[in-house]
Design a protein around this ligand. Sequence first.
Ligand code: GAR
Length: 217
Amino acid sequence: MSSKSCNTAILISGSGTNLQSFIDHVASDKLEISLAIVFANRANAYGLTRARDAGIATACIEHGDFDDRLSFDRAVAKMLDKAVPRLLLLAGYMRILSPWFVNHYAGRILNIHPALLPAFPGLDTHRRVLDADVTWHGSTVHFVTDELDAGPRILQGRLAVEPGESADELATRVQSIEHQIYPQAANWFANGRLVYRDGAAWLDGKRLDEPIVMDFN
Ligand code: GAR
């Protein structure tokens, strides 16, 4: 790992397959990222075990112990800031962030969402995609803003929905795309190619009015 690596915090709530993908990419020296801390808002999040097994510092604060969103987010930030992260990656972090938290890390939080935003924000995307009978599905990496799942889009991985495919099968295929596009986009940020400016995502000095789309068929 280079000493110039981008100090990064990963926030999770569950299994952490995206976290694992970062761990694997970093271990094989493919990213200019160093994983400073993995944070979970649930003590039983399996991703914490993945992080510990990889020798990464972990922290957990349960949101149920706080009266409101802001006081929880302030406690999380106080703890994260000890690791001095330049980049925050939400990887299955199932918490709505307070405007205070988003502003505290303005332009430095990425999220991965399992749909081709702006289509299908929110939860249960794979089931909703099947119910809507659409042709294309996938995942989106975007900057986080105050508005849920609506920040500037950076990179999408796209696949064609197969006839008769179940929501679980679709989820598995989408996750395997996520494990490729999220490290790619995060590395663009880490090496300075990707920035958030004037409310937009910029890659290599060009404003991304539309995300970059990669096909995975
Ligand atoms: C991922 O598919 C991610 O896109 C999704 O949660 C999953 C976490 O999986 N995120 C959201 O739905 C956020 N709204 P993982 O814990 O195995 O990485």
